[in-house]
Write a protein that binds this ligand. Structure first.
Ligand SMILES: Cc1cc2nc3c(=O)[nH]c(=O)nc-3n(C[C@H](O)[C@H](O)[C@H](O)COP(=O)(O)OP(=O)(O)OC[C@H]3O[C@@H](n4cnc5c(N)ncnc54)[C@H](O)[C@@H]3O)c2cc1C
Length: 389
């Protein structure tokens, strides 16, 4: 262990072999190399780590819960900065519907606290029980209700940031986009002021069983966007593996009024469980590589057809154009990415680029990151080799 790190952080740093091993990966299953782990407890600690990096020519990989699926929290011979000890909900203001939180706050913990005030944070990725606010900001996370509430960026009022030069400042509406969705490569989030929502007074649900994906596209197109909470699908391969049957594509539509046929709350929850269980069953059957291409609605039947020919199950947020094919191995991924590009889509709709999809990152995003790097992290200390080389 470097003496200076030990002196500054004591028990809140480690280079124990098993710790380094545990922190060398994330949910992407890619493997990197951690040189040390630091658990900051306050903003000043983050500043100290940056200064340490400047002195020793080291780099940092920020880490929330490590649920990222693109390898953005996989260290590249870097110090992993784990925010799990900066997990305070600092304040909740019911009147302005805002909350100030540290980056390590877990989404479910925040929503549990907000429920006491009849409020909630509406960006809800399926990883809500573990994902942190810092990680969700850095990946601009989405989820099942994004069709109504949008992505993370719509729900941030202000961020406190420390950049790669150790400068501390607040980011507001003008420059939040520099730090939201840039995967910890430009600045470290040390605090966030989030906007909050109130639950709709009522909801209802429809579950459609459809014979073709083209039919599904027609139904989705016919929906009144103003009434939607969530629009999710399960394809025939996934339906078969999850035990829903072999004959139909399933479409689940939740409305924020009484449009749907299912009103009873328990029945709504039971029906949603069918969709949510698909992901769990697929993982238990070895379909562990979770992809997230984004496509125009009309192009989704083309890719689902390709996936089904290879017996690859898929499900996801069809209302947002984001689908989740689940693979057992990565051998077919390059072919799928090429098809997505050919169809004019993007290889990632919500998980980000990280290490995994650098080859396919769009030129304008590459340019944005390299310009931001010059401005905020010219020494390339923050999350080196992610998104761009
Ligand atoms: C089962 C499962 C379901 C999922 N479902 C969804 C879904 O529905 N929608 C969705 O969008 N994603 C989903 N994901 C992906 C993942 O959960 C999200 O990307 C989530 O936002 C990552 O949060 P995290 O705390 O785990 O961050 P990590 O994985 O630890 O890190 C993600 C990125 O954030 C950076 N970071 C972390 N903290 C900070 C900080 N304080 N400052 C700056 N950068 C920081 C890291 O360096 C990294 O680049 C899912 C993942 C799993 C495993």
């Amino acid at each position: 262990m470097n003496n200076l790190l030990k002196k500054q952080f004591g028990e809140n740093t480690s280079d124990d072999r098993l710790d380094l091993l545990a922190y060398s990966t994330d949910a992407s299953q890619l493997i990197g190399e951690a040189t040390a782990i630091v658990w900051p407890k306050k903003t000043e600690d983050v500043y100290k780590i940056i200064r340490y990096c400047h002195r020793t020519d080291s780099t940092i990989t920020p880490r929330g819960a490590g649920t990222g699926l693109a390898g953005a929290a996989v260290p590249q011979k870097s110090i992993v900065v784990d925010f799990s000890k900066m997990d305070r909900i600092i304040s909740i203001d019911v009147k302005s519907k805002t909350a100030v939180v540290e980056p390590g706050v877990i989404l479910d913990s925040l929503n549990e606290e907000l429920a006491k005030h009849k409020l909630f944070f509406p960006v809800i990725p399926a990883s809500h029980s573990t994902a942190t606010i810092g990680g969700m900001i850095a990946t601009n996370a989405a989820g099942m209700r994004a069709v109504r509430y949008g992505k993370m960026i719509s729900w941030i009022e202000e961020l406190e940031i420390i950049d790669g030069m150790g400068r501390f400042f607040k980011a507001n509406q003008k420059n939040i986009a520099s730090f939201c969705g840039t995967e910890g490569t430009v600045g470290i989030v040390t605090k966030a002021k989030l906007k909050l929502a109130k639950h709709s007074k009522m909801r209802s649900l429809d579950m459609f069983k459809l014979e073709t994906m083209e039919e599904m596209v027609d139904v989705v197109k016919s929906l009144d966007k103003d009434k939607l909470n969530a629009v999710e699908y399960v394809d025939k391969v996934a339906a078969r593996i999850a035990g829903l049957g072999t004959s139909y594509y399933y479409l689940f539509v939740e409305y924020n009024d009484d449009t749907g046929q299912i009103f009873n709350e328990k029945e709504i929850d039971r029906t949603w469980k069918m969709r949510e269980n698909v992901s769990v069953v697929l993982a238990s059957e070895g379909y562990c590589i979770d992809e997230d291409p984004l496509l125009q609605l009309e192009k989704i039947p083309v890719i689902v057809d390709w996936l089904e020919k290879h017996d690859i199950p898929s499900f996801g947020h069809i209302g947002m154009g984001i689908i989740h094919p689940r693979f057992k191995t990565s051998s077919l991924l390059p072919e799928m990415y090429e098809l997505v590009e050919k169809l004019g889509g993007e290889v990632s709709g919500e998980h980000g680029i990280g290490l995994k999809k650098k080859e396919y990152v769009k030129e304008d995003f590459k340019k944005k990151i390299s310009e931001l790097k010059k401005k905020y992290d010219p020494k390339n200390i923050l999350n080196r080799n992610k998104i761009i080389d």
